[in-house]
Design a protein around this ligand. Structure first.
Ligand SMILES: *Cc1c(COP(=O)(O)O)cnc(C)c1O
Length: 338
């Protein structure tokens, strides 16, 4: 038994999901004739109360298309210093859009409306034009923490008042929704565009959606093609996404429960210095200074447990659909005996 805690992207399609994929009706999506892709796009747009959606191969692509459409070269994007769009998308803000990021020091990955107000550049020729605010919910590098609806609303108000575009990197938005009393349509009302992933906690093999109004998504289709993301019989993948939304949403709660349970055990280990609060399915903890992370990971690997280092003394574990109670017990015992 291999236990993989490196990410919630490591899940493999279940029998039910594979059956749904196998039975998908397909067509050519570049011609707009992909019935299953169209069905998925309509389903997710409706869920979030947005006019339209676009199926893309990855969350990086949905975010980058969003940034491309919301900025002009030389513009500035406001985001938290831990943001995925800045840290883990290969410098895409500048590479794809010729824009730059201004990094804000948020609290556990969350920036405030006040911070945005303080960082909007006045309209002088010599200053960079601030055009986009991007937030991440849940925040990956910050340990799976989430925004409250009020925080997101306050940011939306500030964006509106200052004519800034407002994008949500919602790769793990369903993890946030499951833990809060807000709904997808509550969130849909706030943002100009939203990116959601099907290949994280929901367990689909591939796929993300970009959501927005009709005009925005029409333009996004063109950018997707230019970025090389126009797909043909993608209904086989979209079918997995539809299955994931129908079957794997509410069970995210189990991943959160297992992550919390595991974090309690990790907190009690004498070689662990600190554990970040666990709000959803991500556990980030720091090993004591005298413990070498590479050797710790090696020991886990020799027990068939895969995990990754997350900078300096930090280690990240992510729970997911293919991480069972039996595996949880094995990880707990291994950690105690290392
Ligand atoms: C995973 C992730 C993405 C998208 O990643 P892809 O691997 O390109 O699908 C975007 N934002 C966040 C916060 C993520 O965790």
């Amino acid at each position: 038994m291999i236990i993989d805690l490196r990410s919630d992207t490591v899940t493999k399609p279940s029998k039910g999901m594979l059956d749904a994929m196998f039975n998908a009706e397909v067509g050519d999506d570049v011609f707009g004739e992909e019935p299953t892709v169209n069905a998925l796009e309509e389903k997710v747009a409706k869920l979030f109360g947005k006019e339209a959606a676009l199926f893309c191969p990855s969350g990086t692509m949905t975010n980058q298309i969003g940034i491309k459409l919301h900025t002009q070269p030389g513009d500035e994007v406001l985001c938290d210093a831990t943001a995925h769009i800045y840290n883990y998308e290969g410098g895409g803000i500048s590479f794809n859009s010729g824009a730059q990021a201004k990094l804000l020091q948020g609290v556990r990955g969350q920036i405030s409306a006040q911070q945005v107000v303080e960082n909007i550049n006045p309209n002088y020729d010599w200053l960079t034009r601030t055009s986009l605010v991007c937030i991440e919910n849940t925040a990956n590098k910050a340990g799976g923490s989430y925004y409250s609806l009020q925080q997101m609303q306050e940011l939306a108000n500030v964006c509106k008042e200052n004519k800034l575009n407002y994008h949500l990197d919602g790769a793990r938005i369903f993890n946030a929704i499951i833990e809060n009393d807000y709904t997808p349509s509550d969130i849909g009302k706030l943002f100009d565009s939203i990116s959601v992933c099907l290949s994280k906690g929901l367990g689909a093999p591939v796929g993300s959606l970009l959501l927005g109004d009709k005009e925005f998504i029409r333009k996004a289709r063109r950018v997707r093609k230019v970025f090389g993301g126009g797909m043909r019989q993608a209904g086989y993948l979209a079918a997995a996404g539809i299955y994931a939304l129908d079957n794997n949403l509410t069970r995210l709660k189990e991943d959160h429960k297992r992550a919390k349970q595991l974090s309690v055990v990790i907190n009690g280990l004498d070689y662990v210095d600190s554990v970040l609060p666990v709000d959803t399915n991500i556990i980030i903890f720091n090993l004591k200074e005298n413990i070498r992370p590479d050797l710790f990971l090696q020991q886990l690997a020799s027990n068939n447990i895969k995990a990754t280092s997350f900078g300096k003394q930090a280690i990240r574990f992510v729970t997911h659909l293919d991480f069972t109670d039996e595996m949880l017990e094995k990880v707990e015992n291994t950690l105690k005996n290392i």
